[in-house]
Design a protein around this ligand. Sequence first.
Ligand code: SAH
Length: 354
Amino acid sequence: MSNVPDLCSLSQDELKSYLVELGEPGFRAKQVFSWLHQKKAAGFEEMSNLPKSLREKLAERASLPGLKREVVQVSKTDGTQKYLFSLPDGNMIESVLMRYSYGNSVCISSQVGCRMGCRFCASTVDGLARNLTAGEMLAQVYEIEKELGERISNVVVMGSGEPMDNYDNVVRFIRLLSDKDGLNISQRSITVSTCGLVPEICRFAEEELQVTLALSLHAADDATRQQLMPIANRYALSDVLDACAYYFEKTGRRVSFEYSLVAGVNDTPEEAKKLIALLRRRKGHVNLIPVNPVVERSLKEPSLAAIHRFRDALECAGINVTIRKEMGRDIDGACGQLRRRYRDKKEQGNSKEE
Ligand code: SAH
Protein backbone atom coordinates (compact mmCIF):
# COMPACT_ATOMS: atom_id res chain seq x y z
CA MET A 1 0.00 0.00 0.00
CA SER A 2 2.92 2.35 -0.59
CA ASN A 3 1.07 4.48 -3.11
CA VAL A 4 -1.75 6.02 -1.05
CA PRO A 5 -3.76 8.53 -3.03
CA ASP A 6 -5.79 9.85 -0.15
CA LEU A 7 -5.20 9.04 3.52
CA CYS A 8 -8.70 10.20 4.46
CA SER A 9 -10.23 7.25 2.61
CA LEU A 10 -8.53 4.63 4.79
CA SER A 11 -10.17 2.82 7.68
CA GLN A 12 -8.31 2.84 10.97
CA ASP A 13 -7.02 -0.70 10.32
CA GLU A 14 -5.79 0.23 6.86
CA LEU A 15 -4.16 3.34 8.22
CA LYS A 16 -2.39 1.20 10.81
CA SER A 17 -1.02 -1.17 8.14
CA TYR A 18 0.11 1.81 6.09
CA LEU A 19 1.94 3.42 9.01
CA VAL A 20 3.54 0.12 10.05
CA GLU A 21 4.72 -0.26 6.45
CA LEU A 22 6.34 3.16 6.81
CA GLY A 23 8.16 1.85 9.90
CA GLU A 24 5.93 3.63 12.42
CA PRO A 25 4.40 2.15 15.57
CA GLY A 26 0.78 1.04 15.19
CA PHE A 27 -0.55 3.36 17.89
CA ARG A 28 0.06 6.33 15.61
CA ALA A 29 -2.95 5.23 13.55
CA LYS A 30 -5.41 6.41 16.19
CA GLN A 31 -3.67 9.79 16.43
CA VAL A 32 -3.58 10.31 12.66
CA PHE A 33 -7.18 9.12 12.30
CA SER A 34 -8.29 11.63 14.91
CA TRP A 35 -6.42 14.45 13.14
CA LEU A 36 -8.07 13.55 9.87
CA HIS A 37 -11.60 12.79 10.99
CA GLN A 38 -12.18 14.66 14.26
CA LYS A 39 -9.92 17.67 14.11
CA LYS A 40 -10.32 17.81 10.34
CA ALA A 41 -6.70 18.86 9.76
CA ALA A 42 -6.05 20.61 6.48
CA GLY A 43 -2.39 19.55 6.34
CA PHE A 44 0.10 17.20 7.97
CA GLU A 45 2.02 20.08 9.56
CA GLU A 46 -1.00 20.71 11.83
CA MET A 47 -0.67 17.26 13.43
CA SER A 48 1.28 18.61 16.38
CA ASN A 49 1.48 15.47 18.53
CA LEU A 50 3.22 13.50 15.76
CA PRO A 51 7.01 13.55 15.46
CA LYS A 52 8.24 15.99 12.86
CA SER A 53 9.88 13.16 10.92
CA LEU A 54 6.52 11.41 10.52
CA ARG A 55 4.75 14.59 9.47
CA GLU A 56 7.39 15.10 6.79
CA LYS A 57 7.20 11.50 5.66
CA LEU A 58 3.42 11.74 5.30
CA ALA A 59 3.61 15.05 3.44
CA GLU A 60 5.97 13.40 0.99
CA ARG A 61 4.21 10.09 0.46
CA ALA A 62 0.53 10.52 1.23
CA SER A 63 -2.07 13.08 0.31
CA LEU A 64 -5.28 14.62 1.62
CA PRO A 65 -8.42 15.25 -0.43
CA GLY A 66 -7.51 18.88 -1.10
CA LEU A 67 -10.94 20.44 -1.58
CA LYS A 68 -10.76 24.16 -2.14
CA ARG A 69 -13.75 26.38 -1.59
CA GLU A 70 -14.45 28.38 -4.73
CA VAL A 71 -17.87 29.89 -4.12
CA VAL A 72 -20.43 30.00 -1.34
CA GLN A 73 -23.91 31.20 -2.12
CA VAL A 74 -26.22 31.96 0.79
CA SER A 75 -29.95 31.87 0.24
CA LYS A 76 -31.67 35.02 1.36
CA THR A 77 -34.90 33.19 2.02
CA ASP A 78 -33.92 30.21 4.20
CA GLY A 79 -30.22 30.36 5.08
CA THR A 80 -29.34 27.42 2.84
CA GLN A 81 -25.73 27.61 1.71
CA LYS A 82 -24.45 26.15 -1.50
CA TYR A 83 -20.74 25.40 -1.77
CA LEU A 84 -18.72 24.93 -4.89
CA PHE A 85 -15.41 23.14 -4.25
CA SER A 86 -12.57 22.53 -6.66
CA LEU A 87 -10.51 19.36 -6.56
CA PRO A 88 -6.76 19.17 -7.20
CA ASP A 89 -7.38 17.81 -10.73
CA GLY A 90 -9.46 20.88 -11.60
CA ASN A 91 -12.86 19.22 -11.33
CA MET A 92 -15.63 20.98 -9.40
CA ILE A 93 -18.26 19.60 -7.06
CA GLU A 94 -21.24 21.04 -5.20
CA SER A 95 -22.48 20.51 -1.66
CA VAL A 96 -25.39 22.12 0.15
CA LEU A 97 -25.87 23.02 3.82
CA MET A 98 -29.49 23.07 4.93
CA ARG A 99 -30.42 24.42 8.34
CA TYR A 100 -33.42 22.76 9.94
CA SER A 101 -34.96 23.09 13.36
CA TYR A 102 -33.59 19.62 14.24
CA GLY A 103 -30.04 20.39 13.13
CA ASN A 104 -27.68 21.00 10.26
CA SER A 105 -27.87 18.75 7.25
CA VAL A 106 -25.32 18.54 4.45
CA CYS A 107 -26.12 17.23 0.99
CA ILE A 108 -23.00 15.85 -0.70
CA SER A 109 -22.02 14.86 -4.22
CA SER A 110 -20.81 11.30 -4.81
CA GLN A 111 -19.46 11.75 -8.36
CA VAL A 112 -18.24 14.54 -10.61
CA GLY A 113 -21.16 14.65 -13.02
CA CYS A 114 -23.35 11.59 -13.54
CA ARG A 115 -24.01 9.10 -16.30
CA MET A 116 -27.59 8.17 -15.44
CA GLY A 117 -29.11 10.72 -17.80
CA CYS A 118 -32.31 11.64 -15.89
CA ARG A 119 -34.10 14.13 -18.09
CA PHE A 120 -34.71 16.82 -15.45
CA CYS A 121 -31.29 16.78 -13.85
CA ALA A 122 -28.43 19.24 -14.53
CA SER A 123 -25.71 16.96 -13.10
CA THR A 124 -25.96 14.59 -15.99
CA VAL A 125 -25.89 17.02 -18.92
CA ASP A 126 -22.16 16.41 -19.61
CA GLY A 127 -22.07 12.84 -18.35
CA LEU A 128 -19.71 11.42 -15.74
CA ALA A 129 -16.23 12.89 -15.26
CA ARG A 130 -15.13 10.59 -12.42
CA ASN A 131 -16.03 8.95 -9.13
CA LEU A 132 -15.25 10.72 -5.87
CA THR A 133 -13.13 8.93 -3.27
CA ALA A 134 -14.53 8.36 0.21
CA GLY A 135 -12.13 11.04 1.46
CA GLU A 136 -13.47 13.55 -1.05
CA MET A 137 -17.02 12.84 0.10
CA LEU A 138 -16.01 13.21 3.76
CA ALA A 139 -14.10 16.42 3.04
CA GLN A 140 -17.32 18.08 1.84
CA VAL A 141 -18.86 17.48 5.29
CA TYR A 142 -15.68 18.38 7.18
CA GLU A 143 -15.06 21.62 5.30
CA ILE A 144 -18.61 22.81 5.87
CA GLU A 145 -18.60 21.82 9.55
CA LYS A 146 -15.27 23.59 10.03
CA GLU A 147 -16.48 26.77 8.42
CA LEU A 148 -19.82 26.74 10.20
CA GLY A 149 -18.35 26.01 13.62
CA GLU A 150 -21.44 23.94 14.41
CA ARG A 151 -22.04 20.22 14.35
CA ILE A 152 -23.47 18.61 11.24
CA SER A 153 -26.04 16.09 12.41
CA ASN A 154 -27.42 14.73 9.13
CA VAL A 155 -25.88 13.85 5.79
CA VAL A 156 -27.77 13.10 2.60
CA VAL A 157 -26.09 11.64 -0.45
CA MET A 158 -28.39 13.50 -2.84
CA GLY A 159 -26.06 15.83 -4.67
CA SER A 160 -24.53 15.20 -8.06
CA GLY A 161 -23.86 11.62 -8.98
CA GLU A 162 -25.43 8.22 -8.53
CA PRO A 163 -24.12 6.70 -5.28
CA MET A 164 -24.81 3.11 -6.37
CA ASP A 165 -22.66 3.75 -9.44
CA ASN A 166 -19.76 4.51 -7.06
CA TYR A 167 -20.67 1.72 -4.69
CA ASP A 168 -17.43 0.81 -2.90
CA ASN A 169 -16.42 4.40 -2.20
CA VAL A 170 -19.90 5.30 -0.93
CA VAL A 171 -20.01 2.34 1.48
CA ARG A 172 -16.51 3.25 2.67
CA PHE A 173 -17.67 6.84 3.13
CA ILE A 174 -20.64 5.75 5.27
CA ARG A 175 -18.48 3.58 7.51
CA LEU A 176 -15.95 6.38 8.01
CA LEU A 177 -18.59 9.06 8.59
CA SER A 178 -20.23 6.94 11.29
CA ASP A 179 -16.93 5.74 12.84
CA LYS A 180 -16.96 6.34 16.60
CA ASP A 181 -13.41 7.68 16.32
CA GLY A 182 -14.40 9.98 13.48
CA LEU A 183 -17.28 12.43 13.17
CA ASN A 184 -19.49 9.67 14.61
CA ILE A 185 -22.64 10.63 12.72
CA SER A 186 -25.35 8.09 13.41
CA GLN A 187 -26.08 5.90 10.39
CA ARG A 188 -29.75 6.57 10.98
CA SER A 189 -29.03 10.21 10.20
CA ILE A 190 -27.51 9.35 6.82
CA THR A 191 -29.67 9.02 3.70
CA VAL A 192 -28.55 7.58 0.38
CA SER A 193 -30.67 8.35 -2.66
CA THR A 194 -30.57 6.15 -5.75
CA CYS A 195 -32.23 6.14 -9.15
CA GLY A 196 -32.67 2.38 -8.67
CA LEU A 197 -29.73 0.12 -9.59
CA VAL A 198 -31.23 -3.21 -8.57
CA PRO A 199 -28.13 -5.41 -7.97
CA GLU A 200 -26.44 -2.66 -5.97
CA ILE A 201 -29.54 -2.05 -3.82
CA CYS A 202 -29.59 -5.76 -2.95
CA ARG A 203 -25.88 -5.72 -2.15
CA PHE A 204 -26.36 -2.58 -0.08
CA ALA A 205 -29.05 -4.37 1.93
CA GLU A 206 -26.44 -6.90 3.00
CA GLU A 207 -23.82 -4.44 4.27
CA GLU A 208 -25.36 -4.39 7.75
CA LEU A 209 -25.74 -0.63 7.69
CA GLN A 210 -28.58 1.34 9.24
CA VAL A 211 -28.82 4.18 6.74
CA THR A 212 -32.05 5.36 5.12
CA LEU A 213 -32.44 4.44 1.48
CA ALA A 214 -34.40 6.81 -0.75
CA LEU A 215 -35.57 5.64 -4.15
CA SER A 216 -36.06 8.12 -6.97
CA LEU A 217 -39.36 6.75 -8.18
CA HIS A 218 -40.70 9.67 -10.23
CA ALA A 219 -43.41 7.62 -11.95
CA ALA A 220 -45.83 4.82 -11.15
CA ASP A 221 -45.46 2.82 -14.35
CA ASP A 222 -42.56 1.71 -16.50
CA ALA A 223 -43.51 3.73 -19.59
CA THR A 224 -43.69 7.09 -17.76
CA ARG A 225 -40.58 6.29 -15.78
CA GLN A 226 -38.70 5.52 -18.99
CA GLN A 227 -39.65 8.93 -20.33
CA LEU A 228 -37.90 10.57 -17.38
CA MET A 229 -35.12 8.15 -16.45
CA PRO A 230 -33.07 6.06 -18.91
CA ILE A 231 -32.24 3.62 -16.08
CA ALA A 232 -35.89 2.53 -16.19
CA ASN A 233 -35.11 0.83 -19.49
CA ARG A 234 -32.66 -1.42 -17.70
CA TYR A 235 -34.68 -2.31 -14.60
CA ALA A 236 -38.44 -2.83 -14.40
CA LEU A 237 -40.26 -0.91 -11.70
CA SER A 238 -41.45 -4.14 -10.06
CA ASP A 239 -37.84 -5.34 -9.70
CA VAL A 240 -36.72 -1.99 -8.27
CA LEU A 241 -39.54 -2.07 -5.72
CA ASP A 242 -38.73 -5.69 -4.83
CA ALA A 243 -35.12 -4.64 -4.21
CA CYS A 244 -36.40 -1.89 -1.89
CA ALA A 245 -38.59 -4.39 -0.05
CA TYR A 246 -35.49 -6.58 0.36
CA TYR A 247 -33.62 -3.58 1.79
CA PHE A 248 -36.40 -3.12 4.35
CA GLU A 249 -36.44 -6.84 5.16
CA LYS A 250 -32.69 -6.97 5.78
CA THR A 251 -32.23 -3.65 7.60
CA GLY A 252 -35.61 -2.86 9.16
CA ARG A 253 -35.26 0.62 7.66
CA ARG A 254 -38.20 1.94 5.69
CA VAL A 255 -37.36 3.09 2.19
CA SER A 256 -38.59 6.53 1.23
CA PHE A 257 -39.69 7.43 -2.26
CA GLU A 258 -38.83 10.60 -4.11
CA TYR A 259 -41.20 11.81 -6.76
CA SER A 260 -40.21 14.87 -8.79
CA LEU A 261 -43.40 16.38 -10.14
CA VAL A 262 -43.23 17.42 -13.79
CA ALA A 263 -46.16 19.29 -15.32
CA GLY A 264 -48.17 17.18 -17.73
CA VAL A 265 -45.92 14.14 -17.34
CA ASN A 266 -46.47 12.63 -13.88
CA ASP A 267 -48.62 15.14 -11.96
CA THR A 268 -52.12 14.25 -13.13
CA PRO A 269 -54.90 12.67 -11.01
CA GLU A 270 -54.50 9.46 -13.03
CA GLU A 271 -50.82 9.32 -12.13
CA ALA A 272 -51.69 9.89 -8.47
CA LYS A 273 -54.13 6.98 -8.66
CA LYS A 274 -51.49 4.70 -10.15
CA LEU A 275 -49.00 5.72 -7.49
CA ILE A 276 -51.53 4.97 -4.74
CA ALA A 277 -52.16 1.52 -6.18
CA LEU A 278 -48.43 0.87 -6.40
CA LEU A 279 -47.58 1.98 -2.88
CA ARG A 280 -50.67 0.95 -0.95
CA ARG A 281 -49.17 -2.29 0.32
CA ARG A 282 -45.63 -0.95 0.61
CA LYS A 283 -45.21 1.22 3.62
CA GLY A 284 -42.94 4.16 3.08
CA HIS A 285 -42.84 7.88 2.89
CA VAL A 286 -43.31 9.82 -0.37
CA ASN A 287 -41.40 13.04 -0.84
CA LEU A 288 -42.79 15.21 -3.62
CA ILE A 289 -40.24 17.49 -5.30
CA PRO A 290 -41.72 20.06 -7.68
CA VAL A 291 -39.26 19.90 -10.57
CA ASN A 292 -36.68 22.64 -10.47
CA PRO A 293 -36.53 23.66 -14.12
CA VAL A 294 -33.02 23.33 -15.53
CA VAL A 295 -32.01 25.60 -18.41
CA GLU A 296 -30.79 22.68 -20.51
CA ARG A 297 -34.07 20.78 -20.15
CA SER A 298 -37.55 21.64 -21.29
CA LEU A 299 -39.54 20.22 -18.37
CA LYS A 300 -41.99 22.44 -16.52
CA GLU A 301 -42.93 22.76 -12.89
CA PRO A 302 -46.60 22.02 -12.06
CA SER A 303 -48.84 24.75 -10.69
CA LEU A 304 -49.22 24.97 -6.92
CA ALA A 305 -52.81 23.73 -7.32
CA ALA A 306 -51.61 20.61 -9.19
CA ILE A 307 -48.95 19.94 -6.55
CA HIS A 308 -51.49 20.19 -3.74
CA ARG A 309 -54.03 18.09 -5.61
CA PHE A 310 -51.44 15.36 -6.04
CA ARG A 311 -50.45 15.48 -2.36
CA ASP A 312 -54.05 15.48 -1.17
CA ALA A 313 -54.87 12.41 -3.27
CA LEU A 314 -52.02 10.46 -1.69
CA GLU A 315 -52.87 11.67 1.78
CA CYS A 316 -56.55 10.68 1.40
CA ALA A 317 -55.39 7.18 0.48
CA GLY A 318 -53.44 6.98 3.75
CA ILE A 319 -49.99 7.41 2.19
CA ASN A 320 -47.46 9.32 4.20
CA VAL A 321 -46.51 12.25 1.97
CA THR A 322 -44.65 15.56 2.18
CA ILE A 323 -43.78 18.25 -0.31
CA ARG A 324 -40.06 18.84 -0.10
CA LYS A 325 -39.50 22.22 1.42
CA GLU A 326 -38.08 24.40 -1.25
CA MET A 327 -34.60 25.17 -0.15
CA GLY A 328 -32.25 27.55 -1.79
CA ARG A 329 -34.02 27.87 -5.10
CA ASP A 330 -32.70 31.41 -5.37
CA ILE A 331 -29.14 29.98 -5.33
CA ASP A 332 -29.18 27.34 -8.09
CA GLY A 333 -30.53 24.75 -5.64
CA ALA A 334 -30.97 21.80 -8.00
CA CYS A 335 -28.20 19.23 -8.41
CA GLY A 336 -25.40 20.37 -10.66
CA GLN A 337 -26.77 23.80 -11.51
CA LEU A 338 -24.21 25.93 -9.68
CA ARG A 339 -21.29 23.96 -11.11
CA ARG A 340 -22.56 24.37 -14.65
CA ARG A 341 -23.31 28.04 -14.27
CA TYR A 342 -19.95 28.79 -12.68
CA ARG A 343 -18.09 26.94 -15.42
CA ASP A 344 -20.05 28.67 -18.18
CA LYS A 345 -19.27 32.00 -16.59
CA LYS A 346 -15.59 31.19 -16.29
CA GLU A 347 -15.49 30.17 -19.92
CA GLN A 348 -16.89 33.57 -20.79
CA GLY A 349 -14.02 35.08 -18.82
CA ASN A 350 -16.00 36.48 -15.90
CA SER A 351 -14.44 36.65 -12.47
CA LYS A 352 -15.37 34.60 -9.41
CA GLU A 353 -18.24 35.51 -7.19
CA GLU A 354 -18.37 35.12 -3.47
N1 SAH B 1 -28.60 9.83 -8.25
C1 SAH B 1 -29.37 9.91 -7.05
C2 SAH B 1 -29.24 11.28 -6.37
C3 SAH B 1 -29.81 12.35 -7.21
S1 SAH B 1 -30.30 13.88 -6.55
C4 SAH B 1 -30.82 9.63 -7.37
O1 SAH B 1 -31.17 9.52 -8.51
O2 SAH B 1 -31.61 9.48 -6.44
C5 SAH B 1 -31.62 13.66 -5.46
C6 SAH B 1 -33.02 13.77 -6.03
O3 SAH B 1 -33.28 14.99 -6.72
C7 SAH B 1 -33.34 12.65 -6.99
O4 SAH B 1 -34.60 12.14 -6.69
C8 SAH B 1 -33.34 13.37 -8.32
O5 SAH B 1 -34.09 12.66 -9.26
C9 SAH B 1 -33.92 14.71 -7.95
N2 SAH B 1 -33.64 15.81 -8.88
C10 SAH B 1 -32.51 16.06 -9.57
N3 SAH B 1 -32.64 17.18 -10.31
C11 SAH B 1 -33.87 17.66 -10.07
C12 SAH B 1 -34.60 18.79 -10.53
N4 SAH B 1 -34.08 19.65 -11.39
N5 SAH B 1 -35.85 18.98 -10.07
C13 SAH B 1 -36.39 18.10 -9.18
N6 SAH B 1 -35.77 17.02 -8.72
C14 SAH B 1 -34.52 16.79 -9.15
